[in-house]
Design a protein around this ligand. Structure first.
Ligand code: ADP
Ligand code: ZN
Length: 210
């Protein structure tokens, strides 16, 4: 089983690239953001507890996200391999992940130098509440304005994709998530790519690596 870890700031394109990798290579996209938003939508106990934290742009506790991830990885659709999108976000999460054994593993760092690119991408992002597909009003518009290409239902803007929360998410990324980069670099697992380019060019770089 192969594990591809997609790493990068909010708005670096992890979710979009994970979708593309899934289509091309058949590894399954496992997004901790999608898992936690599903809980919020279902208004489960966990969902109700974490809603405010997500809307502030803060990280939810390691044990909560880890519980959701472990449950998801019990499904056997991942046996060929899976892509983790949005995890690990702390060093503690990275260490937990390393204990879930796989045959081969790579971490791809979607690097973006210019913060205004991130903000602009997040503000123009739309997602499908049913299949979690990601679109952008600017870079990657759906075929019909405001409607999911596969489900045909109305796309939504995430409640955490507003200017104030975005600012908070970026600073939390810098403080808590960036240290994870050195962890993977020291393990010799890290591949860095330029994620400020258009979606297709970023994917080409990923294809060459995989
Ligand atoms: P993005 O990468 O665009 O910021 P995600 O969809 O990955 O967004 O995550 C949205 C929110 O879900 C995060 O801001 C955080 O509150 C929560 N979350 C997702 N993954 C994790 C994680 N691994 N650890 C803690 N919180 C997480
Ligand atoms: Zn959809």
């Amino acid at each position: 089983m192969k594990r591809v870890i997609l790493f990068g700031a909010p708005g670096s394109g992890k979710g979009t690239q994970a979708e593309a990798i899934e289509k091309r290579f058949g590894y399954v996209k496992v997004s901790t953001g999608d898992l936690i938003r599903a809980e919020v939508r279902m208004q489960s106990k966990i969902g109700l507890e974490v809603k405010a934290t997500i809307d502030k742009g803060e990280l939810i506790p390691d044990h909560v996200i880890l519980g959701l991830l472990k449950k998801r990885l019990q499904k056997d659709d991942i046996l060929n391999g899976y892509i983790v999108d949005g995890f690990p976000r702390t060093l503690a999460q990275a260490i937990e992940l390393s204990q879930m054994k796989v045959d081969s593993e790579i971490a791809i760092y979607l690097k973006i130098g210019n913060e205004s690119v991130i903000v602009q991408r997040l503000l123009s992002r739309l997602t499908c509440p049913r299949c979690n597909a990601i679109f952008s009003m600017i870079n990657n518009p759906p075929k019909v304005e405001g409607v999911c290409d596969s489900c045909g239902i109305a796309l939504r803007q995430r409640t955490d994709d507003n200017a104030e929360t975005i600012r908070n998410r970026i600073s939390i990324y810098r403080e808590q998530t960036k240290p994870v980069i050195s962890y993977y670099r020291e393990k010799g697992m890290l591949m860095e790519i330029d994620a400020s380019l258009p979606v297709e060019s970023v994917f080409k770089q990923i294809e060459e690596i995989l």
